[in-house]
Design a binder for this molecule. Structure first.
Ligand code: AMP
Ligand code: MG
Length: 424
C-alpha cells in the first residue's frame, strides 16, 4: 500500500481546480413549487403582463382627468356614477364626459377613464351615497394616470427579469407566479451521498461502547446539503478498511453526483481513503491543501462524478466543506455565484498560537457594528472542539506566516451570505 508523496497545494489553487472541473448538471422543466432552492438554467421568459389589465390602486372612482380641470371647493365638478366594478369584475361601460365608474382596489379601470380618484377625496352631494345612478363631486383636479397601474407596468410579458444561475426562493416564486410562469427550467437537484469512515464511530442512537464516539460529521454535512436544497443520503459509518470503503463508494459513485467521505484521509495507520481512491481509478484534482485545519483534504473525479475526501476532525470537515465542497456543488447546481461573501473586518478577539506556514481559518462570529464589520475569533480553535461551532457564522482567513492581533483588519468569509448580489 504505497501512498504517493504529495505536495501541499495552495488553497486558492485547490479551489480553482474544483471550480474548473465543476459544470452545471442537466436542466429540467419543473413546476414552480418544485423549483424552490434550485438555480435557473436560463432566465425564464414571462408569459403574461403584470398586471394583466389597467387596474385601480385605490377604492374610488374611475374618471376622465380632463373632466376635473379647474375643480375646487367653491366650484366642484359633478359627475354621475354609471357603474360599479369590484375586484374580479369587468366594466361594461365606458367613461364618457361627465361620468364616473365606482371602482374598487384591484378592479379594472373602465375604458375612457385615465385616473382614479380615491373615495376619501370625493364629496357626496346631499342625499347621495355615491353609488350607481347617483352623483359625486370633485373638489380638486386630478392628473391623468393617478392611482392606475397600467397593464404590463410592473412586469412585461416576454421579459426575463430573472437571469440564469439565480436561486428560486420566495421573491422569485412571487414574481414568476404573478406572471403565470408555472413551469420553469432549472438545473436539477444534486444527489449527494455521505459516508463517515471510522471504526470508532457510532451513527445514530444507542449507547456508546467503550472507545466509541458519535458520528457528528454525517449529520453536519447532511444539514449543510439539505439547507442548500439538494438531495442527500447519509450512508452512515463504515470501517477503516480499504475494501469496505471501496465497496461503499463504488456503489455511491454510480447513483450520486457527489460522494463526500470524512476521515481516513491523512497518514495514520488506518487512513485508507487514498488507497480506495486509487483503487477506484479517480483522477485527483489535488491531494492535501496548505491549510489548517483540514490539511489532508483530497478531491478526485471520475467521469462526471466527484469525491470529496474530507478529514475526520469535525472542525476540519466543517472548514473544508465551506472552502471546497459547498462552493463546488453550488457551481454544479448552476449557481452564477458560488462562493460565500468575503470582506475585511476588524478583529475583536483572537485565539492563542503563533504564525505557521499554512493558511489558517479561524472559526469566528462576525457582525456589523456602526457600519463596519467586526469579527471575534477568540474561541477554541482545536480541530476536535465541536463546541467551537456554536455561533460560528464566519471564518477568519490568516495567510501563511501572518498573525493578526486584536484591532487588525482581517479577511472574513461570511458563511451564510452569497458573494454576489442577486442580479435584479
Ligand atoms: P481521521 O481523519 O479519520 O483520522 O479522524 C480524525 C479525528 O476525528 C479522530 O479523532 C476521529 O475519531 C474524529 N472523527 C472522524 N470522523 C468523525 C465523525 N464522523 N464524527 C466525529 N468525529 C470524527
Ligand atoms: Mg479515522
Amino acid at each position: 500500500m504505497a501512498v504517493r508523496k504529495t505536495e501541499l497545494v495552495d488553497v486558492e489553487e485547490a479551489r480553482r481546480r474544483c471550480f474548473a472541473w465543476a459544470a452545471p448538471r442537466e436542466a429540467v422543466r419543473v413546476p414552480l413549487v418544485e423549483a424552490v432552492g434550485c438555480y435557473t438554467a436560463r432566465g425564464p421568459e414571462l408569459p403574461e403582463d403584470v398586471p394583466p389589465f389597467d387596474r385601480s390602486l385605490k377604492d374610488g372612482y374611475a374618471v376622465r382627468a380632463a373632466d376635473t380641470a379647474g375643480a375646487s371647493d367653491d366650484a366642484p365638478v359633478s359627475l354621475i356614477v354609471i357603474e360599479e366594478v369590484a375586484a374580479g369584475g369587468w366594466p361594461g361601460r365606458s367613461v364618457e364626459p361627465g361620468t364616473a365608474v365606482r371602482t374598487m382596489t384591484g378592479a379594472p379601470v373602465a375604458p375612457g377613464a385615465d385616473a382614479v380618484v380615491p373615495l376619501e377625496n370625493v364629496r357626496l352631494p346631499a342625499g347621495s351615497s355615491g353609488r350607481r345612478g347617483e352623483r359625486i363631486e370633485l373638489t380638486a383636479p386630478v392628473q391623468a394616470g393617478e392611482e392606475i397601474q397600467r397593464r404590463g407596468d410592473d412586469l412585461a410579458q416576454g421579459s426575463s427579469p430573472i437571469g440564469a444561475g439565480e436561486r428560486i426562493g420566495p421573491r422569485e416564486a412571487a414574481v414568476l407566479a404573478t406572471a403565470g410562469a408555472w413551469e420553469i427550467e432549472v438545473i436539477r437537484r444534486l444527489r449527494v451521498a455521505l459516508l463517515s469512515t471510522g471504526d470508532e464511530l457510532l451513527s445514530g442512537p444507542g449507547p456508546l461502547k467503550p472507545g466509541q464516539i458519535r458520528n457528528s460529521n454525517g449529520p453536519m454535512l447532511a444539514a449543510m446539503i439539505r439547507m442548500e436544497g439538494w438531495e442527500v443520503r447519509d450512508l452512515g459509518r463504515c470501517s477503516d478498511q480499504v475494501e469496505t470503503v471501496v465497496r461503499a463508494v463504488q456503489g455511491a459513485l454510480e447513483s450520486y453526483d457527489v460522494v463526500v467521505t470524512t476521515g481516513a484521509v491523512s497518514v495514520g495507520d488506518y487512513d485508507v481513503v487514498p488507497h480506495a481512491m486509487e483503487r477506484l481509478g479517480l483522477k485527483m484534482l489535488f491531494r492535501k491543501a496548505a491549510i489548517r485545519p483540514g490539511k489532508p483534504v483530497t478531491v478526485g473525479v471520475r467521469g462526471d462524478r466527484i469525491w470529496f475526501a474530507l478529514p475526520g476532525n469535525p472542525a476540519s470537515a466543517f472548514v473544508t466543506a465551506h472552502l471546497f465542497l459547498l462552493p463546488t456543488l453550488r457551481k454544479m447546481a448552476g449557481a452564477k455565484a458560488w462562493d460565500p461573501l468575503r470582506t475585511t473586518a476588524v478583529l475583536s478577539g483572537r485565539p492563542s498560537g503563533g504564525p505557521i506556514p499554512l493558511t489558517r481559518y479561524w472559526r469566528a462570529q462576525a457582525w456589523l457594528e456602526e457600519g463596519r464589520a467586526v469579527v471575534d475569533a477568540g474561541r477554541e480553535q482545536l480541530s476536535a472542539a465541536i463546541s467551537s461551532f456554536l455561533g460560528a457564522n464566519a471564518l477568519v482567513e490568516v495567510p501563511p506566516g501572518q498573525d493578526p492581533g486584536v484591532g487588525d483588519a482581517v479577511t472574513v468569509w461570511w458563511l451564510d451570505l452569497p458573494s454576489a448580489p442577486i442580479g435584479y
